[in-house]
Every structure is written in structure tokens, then in C-alpha cells.
Design a binder for this molecule. Structure first.
Ligand SMILES: C[S@@+](CC[C@H](N)C(=O)[O-])C[C@H]1O[C@@H](n2cnc3c(N)ncnc32)[C@H](O)[C@@H]1O
Length: 247
């Protein structure tokens, strides 16, 4: 493995590290990261206590969740994945996203639409800078960050999917309708129900079909000793409103 390459060490815990000359102190002992220079993915590495870990190639989520910076609230993977599942967009899609925030949703979509392109709008330049840094971590080349207020207009045409996660998303519905291709999707992520109501009211003014709002609730179960649902955790993220342009 090459110096500075990202590697995930999996054993009793998981650690995202960079191949190099430093040491990593963990509850299972100390890793000498220079040892990784002589190893390949799939090889084992031991801490100074003799605990064995395997070095594997990190996934997009390992990098996003363990290393990317977070500024405002992100769209979590359970909600982001539902956008792909419900729209069924193809990997070569043109996607417009706003606001970029920390870039989590745009990076997620760009990864699964690698032959396509994501253009993400962000009106705050300090947020746009962090999004660019997060994109750099992932190595993705198909995302453009536009430092622009999307309510002032959308530059792209014939768009397959528009995702909105921002205040006053209803003010972007009309322009979204204009630039979507027939059959293209608008998806709005709203943490508050008042936002959903405002968006649904606006959607009714245009020729959209298959309009629906869903909440994706996931609940973990614990299975040690007794089996029962977890009683705490993230109980609410937001609603997703889907709408498909007719013509
Ligand atoms: C909740 S965050 C988005 C998080 C993002 N979806 C993610 O997964 O990381 C909302 C972002 O929208 C940006 N924003 C709000 N109104 C905007 C507008 N009119 N044009 C562009 N960006 C806007 C805010 O600056 C903020 O960064």
C-alpha cells in the first residue's frame, strides 16, 4: 500500500487510517502505521498487545462517516438511499442539488451516478469550501460545487433529478419544474412538517405526478440476552417529498 492511502482496519473495532509512519493509539493497543507500507488489502496487522486487525479498502461511507467534516445537518444514508430507490434514476443522470451543506447528499448521489454529473449549489462560501474538501477526500470527479443562491435560477437544463435540502425549498419548485426533463424527479427533504405542507401546496400548481411524502423510519433491535427493539436512537430525521414531472 502507498503512503497516505486511506485504509480501514477491521477487528474488534474499526479505524480509518492513512498509510504512513505515525502510530495510532487505540483501546486494543498501538498500531505502527508504517507496517502498512509493506502490506496489501486483506493482510493482517497486529497492535502491540497482539490484537489482530485486517486492512481493507474503505467504502465511501467509511470515509464520509469517519473523516468528512460536518457543518449543518446532513441527509443521512437511510434517507439518501431512499432517493435512489424511489426515483430509480440511472447511473448516467444529471443531478442538481441544493444546498450543498456538508456535501453528504451530493457525494452519495455522485458515487452511485458515477457516469453522470452532480451540480450542487451552496450560497455560503465557507460551506462550499468544506464541501470541496469533503469531495477531495472521496476522490470523486463528477461533482461541481456552485457558489450560488439557487433561488436566483438554475443554470442546468434537461435535469434528471433535483434534490432540495434547504429552507424555503418551495420557492425553488417552479424553477425546478422548468429545468427538469419530462419524467425527471424533484425530491425535497424537509425536517419540519410545515415545510412539507408548503412544498406540497407549490407542487400542486405544476404538472407533476406520483407526488408522495414519506418518512423512512429505521429501528435497530438488540439481540443479546433478550430480543427487543432499541428504545433510543435517532427517532426523526426528516420527510422526503417525491414528485415526477410530466411535461
Ligand atoms: C441542511 S444543509 C444541507 C445539507 C446537505 N444536504 C448534506 O447532506 O450535507 C442546508 C444548506 O442549504 C444552504 N442554502 C440555503 N438556502 C440556499 C439557497 N437559496 N441556495 C443555495 N444554498 C442554500 C445552506 O447554506 C446550508 O448549507
Amino acid at each position: 500500500m502507498k503512503e497516505k492511502e486511506h485504509v480501514l482496519l477491521i477487528g474488534k473495532g474499526t479505524y480509518l487510517v492513512q498509510v504512513g509512519y505515525g502510530k495510532l493509539n487505540t483501546e486494543f493497543g498501538i498500531f505502527d502505521l508504517s507496517e502498512l507500507l509493506k502490506k496489501d488489502y486483506g493482510d493482517k496487522i497486529k497492535t502491540h498487545f497482539g490484537e489482530e486487525f485486517v486492512a481493507v479498502k474503505p467504502s465511501l461511507l467509511d470515509i464520509l462517516l469517519k473523516q468528512a467534516k460536518r457543518l449543518p445537518q446532513i441527509v443521512t444514508t437511510k434517507d439518501a438511499s431512499l432517493i435512489l430507490a424511489y426515483t430509480g434514476i440511472s447511473p448516467d443522470s444529471l443531478i442538481v442539488d441544493a444546498g450543498a451543506g456538508s456535501g453528504f447528499l451530493s457525494i452519495f448521489l455522485a458515487y452511485y451516478c458515477e457516469q453522470g454529473k452532480v451540480v450542487t449549489y451552496e450560497k455560503k462560501s465557507n460551506f462550499a469550501k468544506v464541501v470541496r474538501e469533503n469531495i477531495e477526500l472521496t476522490g470523486l470527479k463528477n461533482i461541481t460545487v456552485k457558489e450560488k443562491d439557487i433561488t436566483k435560477g438554475i443554470d442546468e437544463k434537461n435535469v434528471d433529478l433535483i434534490t432540495l435540502d434547504m429552507e424555503n425549498a418551495e420557492s425553488v419548485v417552479e424553477n425546478s419544474y422548468k429545468v427538469l426533463k419530462p419524467g425527471g424527479w424533484l425530491v425535497v427533504y424537509s425536517p419540519y412538517i410545515e415545510q412539507v405542507i408548503a412544498v406540497r401546496k407549490e407542487l400542486d400548481k405544476f404538472n407533476f405526478t406520483l407526488i408522495k411524502t414519506v418518512e423512512n423510519i429505521t429501528r435497530e433491535w438488540r439481540t443479546s440476552y433478550h430480543t427487543l427493539p432499541e428504545v433510543s436512537g435517532v427517532m426523526h430525521t426528516g420527510w422526503l417529498t417525491f414528485a415526477r414531472k410530466v411535461f
